[in-house]
Ligand binder design. Structure first.
Ligand SMILES: [Fe+2]
Length: 574
């Protein structure tokens, strides 16, 4: 059975699944170039059909990772209740409600819209709605290495649930508990992100990075914001103290302002120690609640396999702590946020309706379009660049890396999910203290407090990091062992941690070979890896965009499949 899965609210995406195997998965933002695009993924649908080499009429079923028939009552009742507590939040609630209604209308009218794009004959499929958290849960468990696992899902809000707990058994996923809106860890994190002057539901990773610079000085405050009720296996957010919808209007309660001793930070205002302490306490509070709930639902000292999905588990510091303190059998797939529910919805429907459905462990995020040698060559010619094919692209790139050059690396299929995992990446040598500033100044232009991640040979990870676990999708942070704390300054955060992607031959032979070549030269199989984009832009998707990137930035080298372009080559053609 061939199923088209769709994510149609935040982080829109499309995916095609055949008999339980992911054929392709594409995010709309990479095609329409609008980061975190919300809406129907029309371009991603077309690209997915093209990658799978099928047409719309070959699709047996369409699955959407949202059920527009659910959640209305909870949303309306809770919104009315909180209007008394925080009337200032009303306009934000109305505008969110508008967006929600529009999103649901898009789903209800999907078939009609598809018939405008394709022919009516081609669009005869049944459309199935999959409850949002079930889609998240399926997206992780059904591609995990585990036949049996506990599953946790946490995001801002699904239809009405904010956190859900499941058990996975073979191809069955059964929900055993849920926490409802307005009690949301995702919303709590987003509200403080907004207070700290960053974009809500966008820049939470920056707050996570900032947390390492602070101390847990606001612990007492967060005990009042989010209260655990172990006996009832739940937690509550005190919305009269911190309200997500009010925060969207940059409105915070008097009590919150008094207790933090701060006003909402403006985006260009300097970050002070109190901001850092607030970020630290937020991170600690979030982790404490997640651990308390894991223990409540899945038992103490669990060493059972655990799968996680939902936007909250983009928090790689939390994930590293789960490995360290909860279970070392922990799986997250590459699109843990809402971009992953296209895959999850399709897998969920497939597991119920497809007699040929089988589990497939997902080892690579390279699920998007790749480009042939001819396509790359022709693109270079379009830019009037003479195509220079490297005799040994791995050795030559390793040589540039160890010379301190900043490298764009474009090879294979586009990654699915928010991380560049060595197909649309920027690489640099992690041992040079100045390289972090160079990457920022030449290309990325990110805040200086944000650390860069690292690619590391799986077999060497244990040499450098404490309590390390396989991390093929770069969603886990680990700490350097004491003797390596000063060896890799370009990727070492203030607390000696690093978000890592482990690489083995089976996951990505090209990256493995490159890391081996780097190791021959510097003695370590480890390099800096960051996404190939400039700040606030989606990751580069096509060879044309890659060439434009080296033309418009100070990137030193661009590797496009086996072709190598130097900055001076493009400068000469400007
Ligand atoms: Fe979600």
């Amino acid at each position: 059975m061939i199923i088209l899965g769709l994510s149609t609210f935040a982080d829109s995406s499309a995916a095609i699944i055949k008999d339980g195997k992911i054929i392709c998965a594409v995010e709309e933002e990479r095609l329409n170039r609008i980061k975190h695009f919300e809406g129907m993924p029309w371009l991603a649908i077309k690209e997915s059909l093209s990658i799978a080499n099928i047409s719309m009429k070959d699709i047996d079923m369409i699955a959407i990772g949202w059920n527009p028939l659910l959640g209305w009552k909870t949303r309306i009742v809770e919104s009315l209740k909180s209007m008394y507590q925080m009337p200032e939040a009303l306009s934000s609630k109305i505008s969110r409600g508008d967006g929600y209604i529009k999103g649901c209308r898009n789903i209800f009218t999907l078939k009609k819209s598809l018939r405008k794009i394709f022919t009516p004959v081609e669009v005869k499929h049944k459309i199935k709605y999959v409850t949002h958290h079930f889609a998240h849960a399926a997206s992780a468990f059904l591609v995990s290495p585990y036949e049996h696992a506990d599953i946790v899902v946490a995001d801002g809000i699904g239809e009405s649930a904010t956190i859900s707990f499941f058990q996975g058994d073979g191809i069955q996923v059964k929900r055993i508990g849920k926490i409802l809106f307005p009690h949301s860890l995702g919303h709590m994190y987003a509200s403080v992100t907004g207070f700290l002057g960053f974009r809500m539901t966008y820049d939470e990773g920056k707050v996570m990075a900032l947390a390492a610079f602070g101390e847990d000085k606001y612990r007492e405050l967060f005990l009042k914001v989010a209260r655990i009720h172990k006996e009832r296996k739940t937690f509550e957010v005190n919305t009269s103290l911190l309200d997500y919808h009010a925060a969207r209007n940059n409105i915070y309660s008097r009590k919150w302002l008094l207790e933090t001793g701060l006003l909402p930070r403006k985006r260009d205002e300097p970050l002070n120690q109190k901001h850092k302490d607030l970020a630290c306490s937020l991170q600690k509070c979030t982790e404490e609640i997640v651990f308390a709930l894991l223990h409540a639902y899945f038992g103490n000292n669990s060493k059972k396999p655990l799968c996680a999905a939902g936007g909250l588990f983009l928090n790689s510091v939390l994930n590293g702590n789960i490995v360290r303190n909860y279970t070392d059998q922990f799986f997250i797939q590459p699109a843990s946020g809402d971009n992953g529910v296209s895959v999850g919805a399709a897998l969920s429907i497939g597991s119920k309706l497809d007699n040929n459905f089988q589990r497939h462990h997902l080892k690579s995020a390279s699920l998007g379009k790749s480009y042939s040698d001819d396509e790359v060559r022709n693109t270079l010619l379009t830019f009037a660049l003479s195509p220079r094919r490297s005799q040994n692209v791995f050795a030559e790139t390793a040589e540039y890396i160890t010379q301190g050059k900043i490298i764009g690396w474009f090879r294979g299929g586009m990654e699915y999910g928010p991380r560049a995992l060595g197909n649309r990446s920027i690489f640099a040598c992690p041992t040079f203290p100045w390289i972090k500033d160079a990457v920022n100044n030449k290309v990325k232009h990110r805040e200086s407090f944000r650390p860069f991640g690292g690619l590391v040979l799986l077999e060497e990870a244990n040499n450098y990091f404490e309590n390390v676990q396989e991390s093929p999708f770069m969603f886990k942070v680990f700490h350097f062992k004491e003797q390596y704390r000063n060896i890799f300054p370009a990727i070492t955060h203030i607390d000696y941690s690093c978000r890592i992607q482990t690489v083995d031959q089976y996951q990505n032979q090209d990256l493995y070979t490159l890391l081996e070549e780097v190791k021959k030269r510097i003695g370590y199989g480890i390099i800096l890896n960051t996404s190939m984009n400039i700040a606030n832009s989606p990751i580069v998707n096509t060879p044309t965009e890659a060439i434009e990137l080296i033309r418009n930035t100070d990137l030193d080298v661009m590797v496009l499949e086996d072709y190598i372009i130097l900055k001076e080559d493009v400068s000469n053609h400007n």
